[in-house]
Design a protein around this ligand. Structure first.
Ligand SMILES: Cc1ncc(COP(=O)(O)O)c(C=O)c1O
Length: 402
């Protein structure tokens, strides 16, 4: 084997690139652009949650928590999942608190995958899943979700499963599309998982950010699936505290044991005072969640109303806080060139669609906008987008802009 020279990084690390989303945030800062790229709110976290963190620090909850998570937070996670979805969860044996769902996902993959295993990943995807699988030595197998409703072709999904398949990643509500997987889709996935003895790793961090009366259905609530599902979630999106880095994985006990070992050696644990505040956050009244969803639905509609007249063709999301739009009508060479034009000349940062696909061609005519922002931020983006020359739709239905 041709060993790499010192300084180039491992072969694994050469197989993926820097996060485009985080790069767009840095570009936004250098061009003073309105940042609608990375998914973090620019408004305040709930007062009660912030106060709980301050109280915890003042009360000297400042040393390591139990490695797999402080008991009050684990208890709250188990209690809320059971209360909402009727799936029983034992906080002593099934819940592992991690440094955000990011660490929960990578710990889960490191704990459950062996080199050569395959992992089915729907695309467009949240960009961490492929690198996580590669870090675990596994091979991602991509199945495309097709617009406008971002569903999968059942034959393509069936074809992605084989004896090497060990897990499938499901993210619902989905980043970047806003798709919410329905019962039929989850059941079809579940049947294949049972047939091939495959685990489901579900990323449900937008659980409460869901619109138009649609209800979130966790994979673990599908008949017979709790035993083969790892449910990942975090405080980040639900409580607008993406910088706190507190998340968790709920898993069957035998798998939770493996996740806990990996997590312990990776990070020891998430910030103790913020775990204490997390237990308070999970006890907020139901009105908090209702208002959260109502507020985001309003922002969604506001951004849709800003994008449509400018020539974008947005796909209306059912959940999460992003809008994928088609930009084909603008006639740029590709999504990266268009995103660069937006950030440097128009002053709005977005994420090029290709960063959500393993084959960049699939995202060539798409960009993603995030709307987890204050009204004034969205309005300011709207004013800047007004400088964008809308494409001219010709009689033949095609459009041109430059
Ligand atoms: C689908 C999805 N999963 C995970 C994360 C990261 O979450 P956390 O802050 O809990 O690590 C994000 C952040 O944007 C996301 O969109």
């Amino acid at each position: 084997m041709n060993r790499m020279s010192i300084g180039t990084g491992s072969q694994k690390s050469q197989k993926f690139t820097e996060s485009v989303i985080r790069e767009m945030t840095r570009l936004a800062e250098s061009y003073d652009a309105v940042n609608l790229s990375q998914g973090f709110p620019d408004f305040a976290a709930p007062d009660a949650v912030k106060a709980a963190a301050l109280d915890a620090v003042a009360a000297d909850v400042n040393q390591y928590a139990v490695t797999w998570g402080a008991k009050p937070l684990r208890d709250a996670v188990a209690r809320e999942f059971t209360r909402r979805y009727g799936v029983s969860v034992d906080s002593e044996t099934q819940v592992t608190v991690c440094c955000g769902s990011t660490e929960a996902m990578v710990s889960t993959m490191l704990a459950t995958l062996d080199p050569g295993d395959e992992v089915v990943v729907f695309e467009p995807f949240y960009e961490n899943y492929g690198p996580d699988a590669i870090l675990a030595g596994a091979v991602p197998r991509y199945v495309t979700l097709h617009e406008p409703d971002w569903t999968f072709d059942p034959d393509a999904l069936t074809a992605a499963f084989n004896q090497r398949t060990r897990a499938i990643i499901v993210n619902s509500p989905n980043n970047p599309t806003g798709k919410v997987f329905n019962r039929d889709e989850l059941t079809a996935i579940a049947e294949l998982c049972r047939q091939w003895n495959v685990l489901v790793i579900t990323d449900e961090i937008y659980e409460h950010i869901i619109y138009d009366g649609i209800r979130h259905l966790p994979m673990a609530a599908i008949d017979g699936m709790a035993d083969r599902t790892i449910t990942i979630n975090s405080l980040s999106k639900t409580y607008s505290v993406t910088g706190w880095r507190v998340g968790w994985a709920i898993a069957p006990p035998r798998i939770a044991g493996a996740i806990r070992k990996v997590h312990d050696f990776l990070t020891v644990g998430a910030a103790a005072p913020l775990q204490a505040a997390g237990a308070v956050a999970l006890s907020l009244p139901e009105t908090y969640y209702t208002e959260l969803a109502v507020g985001y639905q309003r922002r969604r509609d506001m951004l849709l109303a800003l994008l449509e007249p400018r020539g974008f063709v947005p796909f209306k999301p059912d959940g999460a806080y992003y809008i994928m739009t088609d930009i084909g009508a603008f006639k740029f060479a590709d999504d990266v060139e268009f995103a660069r034009h937006l950030v440097t000349d128009v002053g709005v940062a977005v994420v090029p669609g290709s960063s959500f696909y393993h084959d960049p061609v699939l995202g060539r005519t798409k960009v993603r906008f995030a709307f987890c922002k204050r009204d004034e931020t969205l309005r300011s983006a709207g004013r800047r987008l007004a400088a964008l020359t809308p494409p001219v739709v010709t009689d033949l239905g095609s459009a041109s802009v430059r």
